[in-house]
Design a protein around this ligand. Structure first.
Ligand code: ADP
Ligand code: 5GP
Length: 189
């Protein structure tokens, strides 16, 4: 991947607070863009097409797999999620840094092909707190929450593949820890 923009990848188990933290980072760093993923899951209330995700059907998603459209893609919690290769290339070539909020499978795919990316894993302080956050968020059914908690176990064991691990216990402290990583890494780009 050429260009002077820097690629940041952030992963976390669902409910760890990644979306909350990513919003804060994007507000603070104006030179940083967000890669809007495509997904086949249903929109949650308040989610907007083209802002949070591009919502597409499984048929469309699979067609784009055959067309080599995705920089990376994965099936996460029974739905497809993918990052557009073209969008990432255009953004980096314009010199903009880009933040990808993707799961551990997708991050693994990109890590092998982009040695200069910055990878960050967000950890919940404990499994119990992760469960409470998913319940409190109130966006997912019991069954979906149970599946996300089950998947969290296999995601957390992969945290050491990432360059940085930030524990999201106190929100303000986690925001500062994350922003200091972006400050340091963007200064080097
Ligand atoms: P993710 O994007 O990782 O699935 P969210 O950002 O949606 O997670 O956060 C899950 C829930 O936890 C939300 O209700 C959010 O307000 C809450 N939350 C996030 N960070 C913290 C924190 N440090 N302390 C307490 N609650 C938090
Ligand atoms: P959610 O359904 O809660 O928005 O996201 C579920 C998981 O899918 C999260 O771990 C999120 O990071 C991941 N995800 C979102 N977009 C992508 C993507 O484009 N590619 C991959 N591999 N994972 C994604």
């Amino acid at each position: 991947m050429s260009g002077i923009g820097k690629l940041f990848v952030i992963s976390a188990p669902s409910g760890a607070g990644k979306t909350t933290l990513v919003r804060k980072v994007l507000n603070r760093f104006k030179g940083l863009s967000y890669s809007v993923s495509h997904t086949t899951r249903n929109p949650r209330r308040n989610e907007q097409e083209g802002v949070d995700y591009f919502f597409i059907t499984s048929v469309e998603f699979e067609q784009r797999i055959t067309l080599d459209h995705w920089l990376e893609w994965a099936k996460v919690h029974d739905n497809y999620y993918g990052t557009s290769k073209e969008f990432v290339r255009t953004c980096l070539e314009k010199g903009r840094s880009l933040l990808l909020d993707i799961d551990v499978q997708g991050a693994g795919q990109i890590m092998t092909s982009n040695s200069d990316l910055v990878s960050i894993f967000i950890m919940p302080p404990s499994f119990e707190i992760l469960s409470q956050r998913l319940e409190k968020r109130g966006t997912d059914s019991r069954q979906v929450i149970a599946q996300r908690l089950e998947n969290a176990k296999s995601e957390i064991v992969q945290k050491d593949l990432y360059q940085y691990v930030v524990v999201n216990d106190d929100l303000d402290e986690a925001i500062e820890a994350l922003c200091s990583i972006f400050e340091k890494e963007m200064a080097q780009s």
